[in-house]
Write a protein that binds this ligand. Structure first.
Ligand code: NAD
Length: 246
């Protein structure tokens, strides 16, 4: 058992109310590319493709980009990292998972209290009236019939995710949970996307502890109580083992 696993277990067992804050890095081991890691999507695509402006100006190319992302995601299954967080919640150790991910894998792994700050790609909604439809159906319209999916009201359907330039509506609720927590376990996030990255900062500035599990350095490493530079699954299953609940 590694020293990191033991140190993580000590912090986790000493916490009164712990949360996890996750990013794309927890899902790379499920085959979903992240944005800023070594194989990240932004090495191949321009981030402007995930902006509201781009969706309105080039809806067809926007939809093709999301169809490609959905393809990687539709086959993905939760990995041991997602399952370890679900286990920590079942054991009464973790209060909630606050995630930036849009892949739905925390819920599929069994986590019950999941705040999806940036939405979920499996559902699409009308940009005008907000009525919903499975994204899979919308993608069929784009890829097979070559048209941008429209709602009955005439509005454009779009994935129910938060695009750059759009507000993060669940942020205030997530912030309240963070301010009541005394430990935040960050897993697989570059901690560069705001306002989401304020969540671990809020736990720390309310006097809580911070564990960061990430393959690359993050801007909060300097204030973290423990930094584990390992793969998410190994680090989390190691912590579970050290807690005696593997
Ligand atoms: P990011 O791409 O900015 O950072 C991911 C971090 O995870 C990187 O620092 C990388 O080093 C690390 N990482 C990659 N694989 C890892 C592993 N196996 N173990 C530990 N660390 C690993 O992602 P972010 O911080 O989540 O922010 C970017 C935005 O990405 C979010 O808004 C999110 O909506 C979106 N996104 C989500 C998905 C998804 O739903 N799976 C995928 C790509 C991007």
């Amino acid at each position: 058992m590694s020293d990191y696993a033991r140190a993580a277990a000590t912090l986790i067992s000493g916490a009164g109310s712990a949360i996890a804050f996750t990013g794309a890095g927890i899902s790379t081991e499920s085959g979903i590319p992240d944005f800023r890691g070594s194989q990240g999507l932004w090495k191949r695509f321009d981030p402007k493709m995930a902006t509201r402006t781009f969706m309105l100006e080039s809806p067809r190319v926007f939809w093709e980009f999301y169809a490609m992302r959905f393809e990687a995601l539709a086959r993905a299954k939760p990995n041991p990292g997602h399952k370890a967080l679900a286990r920590l919640e079942r054991e009464g150790i973790l209060e909630a998972v606050i995630t930036q991910n849009i892949d739905g894998l925390h819920t599929e792994a069994g986590s019950r209290r999941v705040i999806e700050l940036h939405g979920n790609i499996r559902t699409s909604r009308c940009d005008e009236c907000s009525s919903t439809r499975p994204t899979e159906d919308c993608i069929r319209e784009v890829m097979e019939w070559g048209k941008v999916p429209a709602c009955d009201c005439g509005g454009m359907m779009r994935p129910a995710v938060v695009l750059f330039e759009e507000p993060v509506e669940l942020f205030e609720a997530a912030l309240r949970i963070a301010q009541e927590s005394d430990l935040c376990i960050v897993v697989g996030s570059s901690l560069t996307v705001y306002p989401a990255a304020f969540i671990p900062e809020a736990v720390k500035s309310s006097g809580g502890r911070l564990i960061i599990i990430n393959a690359d350095p993050t801007p909060l490493d300097g204030v973290a109580d423990l930094v584990i530079r390992e793969g998410a699954s190994d680090a989390l299953t190691g912590a579970l083992e050290a807690l005696g609940i593997a």
